[in-house]
Write a protein that binds this ligand. Structure first.
Ligand code: ATP
Length: 317
């Protein structure tokens, strides 16, 4: 055993959900989901819009009451011990809810006052967090002058004011451009290195692959699969995928002639996917059958392929 390996019995579970259900009338937005998150893990809920991810996060954060099931955060029930649970949590909601009326640094200080934290601590902590969020030179700027990526970083900085052990992030990078996303991922990595437990929702498979040690794939309020990104891909997909485009009219008609190549075939409106461990060899077989796609691409399988296999649908509409 290496020195870095933490014995399993010492890994504390910080979030435990059992048969969690949230109903709106007769409709179950969350329909009996169970999972455990050990301390220090980066845990993801991956699923399309409407899967029930935000609802689950709101129950963890203690701002939405569950219909049934059990939930424990650091051994506490968020419904019965709201303030104690919130003291351990940092929350980054899906929509930034910063105060536009006050300046960047003051947003951190005012938020810290909600937790009853003293000014002497907050002055120092706000500067440290602005540095962390790469916003030091924006300390006195108005919030509405910030870019989308800066606002997200400020929201994350704000969520860290009480030095939470667990950070809940609801779609942290939705709507951001690629560069802003990468800066954010880097900051989240650093938090993870500092031992903060990250729980995040996303419908971006690349985000889940980059950030999550382990994740649950959620659809229609239920868990479809659970594991590390690599183990899910291994379990539910082939090593490679061959993507073929024959032109929009022909994709579905050609699909019949591709039967038997690779392990599985998916016909989407704009392309045909052949799941095979060796994509180039599969492409050779396609050509042997006298078929000539307009474009062909061999790529590694991703969580998108896992989702397609599990639900028959694409992650992003
Ligand atoms: N207050 C509410 N009243 C009625 N239905 C709701 C309410 N909040 C959420 N829902 C429904 O519950 C389902 C799950 O919503 P939720 O926001 O948890 O999904 P999600 O996976 O987070 O997706 P998104 O990325 O769109 O937020 C959706 O069908 C949504 O319309």
């Amino acid at each position: 055993m290496s020195h870095a390996t933490v014995p399993k019995q010492l890994t504390k579970t910080v979030i435990s959900a059992r048969k969690l259900v949230k109903k709106y009338g007769d409709f179950a937005a969350v329909d009996g989901i169970s999972f455990d998150v050990p301390a220090g893990e980066s845990f993801g809920l991956l699923g399309p819009n409407g899967a029930g991810k935000s609802t689950t996060m709101r129950m963890i954060g203690g701002v939405s009451q569950r219909t049934s099931g059990e939930l424990s955060i650091m051994g506490l029930d968020p419904e019965r011990n709201g303030p104690e649970v919130r003291a351990h949590l940092g929350v980054v909601p899906q929509q930034d809810n910063l105060d536009d009326e006050i300046r960047v640094r003051d947003n951190l200080i005012v938020y810290g006052r909600y937790f009853g934290l003293p000014y002497s601590y907050l002055r120092h902590k706000a500067d440290e967090l602005l540095e962390f969020a790469q916003l030091t030179d924006k300390a006195k700027a108005r919030v509405d002058s910030l870019s989308g990526g800066m606002k997200r970083r400020l929201t994350i900085a704000r969520s860290l004011i009480n030095e939470p052990k667990i950070l809940l992030l609801d779609e942290p990078t939705t709507g951001l451009d690629p560069q802003a996303r990468h800066i954010l991922w880097d900051r989240l990595f650093r938090l993870k290195e500092q031992g903060v437990t990250l729980v995040l929702t996303t419908h971006y498979m690349d985000e889940a692959e980059q950030l999550c040690d382990r994740l649950i794939v959620v659809d229609k309020g239920r868990i479809m699969a659970e594991g590390s990104p690599a183990s899910l891909i291994q379990e539910y997909s082939t090593r490679e995928v061959l993507e073929l485009r024959f032109g929009s009219q022909r994709n579905s008609t050609v699909a019949g002639q591709l039967e038997g190549i690779g392990e599985r075939l998916e016909t989407l409106p704009d392309r045909v996917l052949i799941y095979a461990n060796d994509g180039e060899a599969a492409l050779e077989q396609v050509r042997h059958r006298g078929l000539h796609p307009v474009t062909s691409l061999v790529r590694r399988s991703s969580l998108e392929d896992v989702f397609l296999r599990l639900t028959g649908r694409s992650l992003v509409d």
